[in-house]
Design a protein around this ligand. Structure first.
Ligand code: HEM
Ligand SMILES: *[C@@H]1O[C@H](CO)[C@@H](O)[C@H](O)[C@H]1NC(C)=O
Ligand SMILES: *[C@@H]1O[C@H](CO)[C@@H](O)[C@H](O)[C@H]1NC(C)=O
Length: 316
């Protein structure tokens, strides 16, 4: 009896702990779109098989959606006469890609289910599949987000971290989204896949003290002091298309590509997590999943708020 009461208490406490986003749940679409997950998975597997780098790009789209007024597909909206969208904001312009993949998934899903699934949920599922198809963990995506009717150029400029951000700035940006230093460190492990442009790492490889000379030498060769702004380098030089813990080994070797990456192993309270993740990819996977679930819960539109877009690039 005491045991049963204890169990009930545990169940209640865990219910309360998660009650902030009780609106989102895995089976939200249920019978209205039974094949949703297999459609998303199938388009993502074809896409990643053709171009593995797209797995990373879709993951980044999800991050840039969630950090700007919540996971509401605002990042997918084109500019209109009434608002300037997020696509041309500093962190996004000339850099975000994968919009046509989301469009392709949306049209397959709508053909099967008749326009009930939001672009925001499609992005959350596609990001999960991107990670998993590149060899990373999988997780159960909570669903039920609706799509915004607007986007914010200024919020995209102010809410997204910059590659030149200091450790303290990264911590406070993530804290403002309810994410801890542990979440910041685990989520930054997303930089185990994908690429960055010279313009975003030039100052780090030429000016920062905490850089491995053989690493900066190799990067300087393809990223000159002036010119070549768009030249690409892998965020994890060991395995840019493999979602592993190589990123953490790199930053321990002072071979992080971005200043913001190297800030996570520079005598701060993040060092402990970097050490653990670099040694133990299972702990990294567990913490990454827990953190991306929190990220996916940032201020969703639910109930009758927002809309289910017909075209992910335009409001209805
Ligand atoms: C901690 C603060 C972060 C900063 C300052 C940052 C900054 C950047 C920058 C500057 C790039 C390269 C863009 C370019 O040169 O065009 C990039 C790429 C990327 N970021 Fe982050 N990022 C951060 C956190 C995250 C998080 C939390 C995620 C996802 C969970 C993420 C996922 C990615 C991915 C996958 C790429 C590669 C994209 C591609 O190859 O298309 N980043 N990030
Ligand atoms: C690391 O810390 C040093 C000393 O506090 C600082 O000068 C440097 O900018 C920090 N970051 C990097 C990436 O070197
Ligand atoms: C951290 O601080 C120690 C002691 O001050 C110093 O020897 C070491 O080089 C620093 N490490 C980094 C990564 O800045």
């Amino acid at each position: 009896m005491a045991f049963a009461k204890g169990l009930l208490l545990v169940a209640l406490v865990s219910l309360l702990a998660h009650s902030t986003n009780a609106q989102l749940f895995p089976n939200f679409y249920g019978a209205r779109c039974p094949n949703l997950q297999s459609i998303v998975r199938s388009v993502m597997s074809q896409t990643v098989a053709q171009d593995p780098s797209m797995g990373a790009s879709i993951l980044r789209l999800f991050f840039h959606d969630c950090f700007v007024n919540g996971c509401d597909a605002s990042v997918l909206l084109d500019d209109t006469a009434t608002f300037q969208g997020e696509k041309n904001a500093g962190p996004n312009a000339g850099s975000l890609r994968g919009f046509q993949v989301i469009d392709a998934i949306k049209s397959r899903v709508d053909a099967a289910c008749g326009g009930v699934v939001s672009c925001a949920d499609i992005l959350a599922l596609a990001a999960r599949d991107g990670v998993n198809l590149l060899g990373g963990p999988s997780w159960t995506v909570l669903l039920g987000r609706r799509d915004s009717r607007t986007a914010s150029f200024s919020a995209a400029n102010s809410n997204l971290p910059s590659p030149s951000s200091s450790f303290n700035t990264l911590v406070s940006i993530f804290a403002s989204k309810g994410l801890s230093i542990r979440d910041l460190t685990a989520l930054s492990g997303a930089h185990t896949v994908g690429q960055a442009r010279c313009t975003n790492f030039r100052s780090h490889i030429y000016n920062d003290p905490n850089v491995n000379p053989s690493f900066s030498g190799a990067r300087r060769n393809m990223c000159p002091q002036s010119g070549g702004d768009g030249n690409l380098a892998p965020l994890d030089f060991q395995s840019p298309n493999r979602f592993d813990n190589g990123y953490f080994q790199n930053i321990m070797n002072r071979a992080g590509l971005l200043h913001s990456d190297q800030e996570l192993f520079n005598n701060t309270s993040a060092d402990i997590f970097v050490r653990v993740y670099s040694r133990n990819s299972a702990v990294f996977a567990t913490d990454f999943v827990s953190a991306i679930l929190k990220m996916g819960n940032i201020s969703p539109l639910t109930g009758t708020n927002g809309e289910i877009r017909v075209n992910c690039r335009k409001t209805n």
